[in-house]
Design a protein. Structure first.
Lengths: 266, 283
């Protein structure tokens, strides 16, 4: 469980960590949109360089990004197999029996791989440098204009922050129950079908019981402190856009313009 | 072969910013057949230490010897299941591990995992439940209907039904009322004295350690600071405080009385004896 890096916050001290979460979320959205313009290898090269600069500034290690990318490798391999079987354009690279591998199959897969890598780099850069609480504050603020058309932005943000807050607790709880059941001779990794079903049951049932218990405790604790959804609330932490936040957004805007320009004249 | 740790270290989340060394070069030999308390402040590595005993955690460095098996760092350990049947580990708040529809089924789950057939497992479950002080009228009830203390008895019975040679308990009395604590401790004492099981117990309750345990291991920041008999350890309240451990009431009481000019002998070990002694002296 401890090796799971996708979406995890890393408490480091860097200029990127100090940016306003709203600016970071907006920048991520801009960059994700930018990736989908067909600007070719030059375009991806430009985006890659820019994102790398941000990652270096945020002091994240290459291995951290690589770990986040790892779960996707299987998917990419699968994609390569399908592309190799389906795509029959471009030049023939080599032939085995009646089947031959075409260059477009490889290029298509590489193309998607690069997009995926960029997306993971960008999202990891956001989640690893932004505390979950800041993230929800940012989302709440960004959603607040939609309140006029009836979107409960505060409730949505509260839901997200509660869900995020429980993830580490539930992971701890899961490891604890797994250990407790392993001490009773459960083998979580192997065994016959019936044994595996029992093993999973012995994990799921206690996990649900304790999750409901926690939910009830939290609901009571919130009510006891007078929480009611929909009431106007003040905030302890106020978000404030500074020069460097606008600079980040401006950079992303310029990058997006450049990519659209490349895509246009290609 | 006794239970022994040889230069054992353990680090959590190695290679990440969350890296934390919980055990540092532990050397420790636990005497078989004794009841040993493992004490120390929160975060001193007590829970990490006991989880090495049934190989839930493996050492990063060093060797753990347990019941004629050696678990070496970096070596792929085999047949851990058999070891887990012989070293019964009861976690903190074990009531969270209950999941079956009935109490008897839940307690029989352990023995079945270790290869007992249905009949044998049920027989063992009944014995374990009775040993843990659960009345037969509860056997067919759902574990979720019970009170907190009863749930804990059932969970402990779930480990006892495996008939382990070594029983390891992580804060078994946390959150229980005084009466519940006393009967729980009496149960462990009985398992140790009458059924000759080696009992290891992580605890914060010095009264229990003083009353029931033979030996004491004090951990601090992942290192063994002291290992000796409970009597000897508590006979020196100053040393206890140096290790950040508050001595039990009776020891503090004797300490205060001795400062005021009494000379209470070592043999006085509980409040009643102390009261009798004072009554005799003052007369």
């Amino acid at each position: 469980m401890g090796n799971f890096t996708l979406g995890r916050y890393l408490p480091l001290d860097s200029p990127i960590h100090k940016l306003d979460p709203r600016a970071k979320i907006m920048a991520m959205l801009l960059l994700l949109i930018t990736i989908f313009f067909p600007a070719g290898w030059i375009g991806y090269g430009v985006i890659f360089v820019c994102v790398s600069v941000v990652i270096i500034l945020s002091k994240l290690s290459v291995s951290f990004i690589w770990k986040a990318m790892k779960p996707m490798l299987f998917m990419l391999f699968f994609l390569l197999v399908i592309n190799a079987l389906v795509l029959k354009t471009g030049t023939v690279l080599f032939t085995i029996g009646s089947w031959s591998l075409y260059s477009d199959a490889v290029f298509q897969t590489l193309y998607i791989a690069v997009r995926l890598l960029l997306m993971i780099m960008i999202t990891t850069c956001l989640t690893a440098t932004t505390k979950p609480l800041e993230m929800t504050l940012g989302i709440e603020d960004l959603l607040s204009p939609f309140q006029k058309i009836g979107l409960p932005s505060h409730e949505i943000a509260m839901l997200i922050s509660i869900a995020l807050r429980f993830i580490p607790d539930l992971i701890d709880e899961t490891t604890r129950i797994i250990k407790a059941q392993e001490s009773r001779g459960v083998d979580m990794k192997e065994g016959k079908l019936m044994e595996r079903v029992m093993a999973i049951l012995s994990l799921i049932v206690p996990l649900f019981v304790s999750a409901f218990q926690r939910a009830e405790d939290l609901a009571n604790a919130m009510e006891a402190r007078g929480y009611a959804p929909g009431l106007p609330r003040t905030r302890y932490k106020q978000l404030e856009m500074k020069k460097q936040d606008w600079f980040l957004l401006a950079c992303c805007g310029v990058l997006m313009g450049v990519i659209i320009w490349i895509a246009w004249f290609r | 072969m006794p239970i022994a740790f040889e230069n054992v270290s353990h680090t959590y989340s190695a290679g990440t910013p969350y890296e934390y060394q919980a055990l540092r070069n532990i050397n420790l030999e636990i005497t078989e057949g004794k009841m040993t308390a493992i004490i120390g402040q929160t975060g001193s590595g007590k829970s990490t230490l006991v989880q090495h005993l049934n190989a839930l955690l493996l050492p990063d460095a060093g060797i753990v010897h347990i019941l004629d098996r050696d678990i070496k760092a970096g070596e792929k350990a085999k047949k851990l299941k058999a070891l887990r049947g012989e070293v019964g580990l009861v976690f903190q708040f074990p009531e969270y591990q209950l999941f079956e529809e009935t109490i008897i089924k839940d307690v029989a789950f352990g023995p079945k995992n270790f290869g007992c057939n249905e009949e044998e497992a049920t027989k063992r479950a009944k014995e374990a439940l009775k040993l843990a002080g659960m009345d037969e009228s509860y056997f067919e009830k759902s574990p979720l209907e019970l009170s907190g203390g009863q749930k804990r008895r059932v969970a402990i019975a779930g480990i006892l039904a495996m008939d382990p040679k070594v029983l390891v308990l992580d804060e078994p009395t946390a959150g229980l009322d005084p009466a519940g604590t006393a009967s729980m401790m009496a149960l462990f004492s009985k398992l140790n004295k009458e059924m000759h099981k080696t009992v290891l117990m992580v605890t914060h309750d010095m009264e229990n350690v003083y009353t029931y345990c033979d030996d004491v291991v004090v951990l601090e920041k992942g290192q063994v600071k002291l290992h000796g008999t409970a009597r000897e350890f508590f006979s020196d309240p100053k040393k206890c405080r140096e290790l950040n451990i508050l001595p039990p009431y009776i020891v503090r009481m004797k300490e205060m009385l001795n400062e005021k000019g009494f000379d209470i002998p070592e043999s006085v070990v509980n409040m009643k004896e102390l009261a009798d002694y004072i009554a005799k002296e003052v007369k």
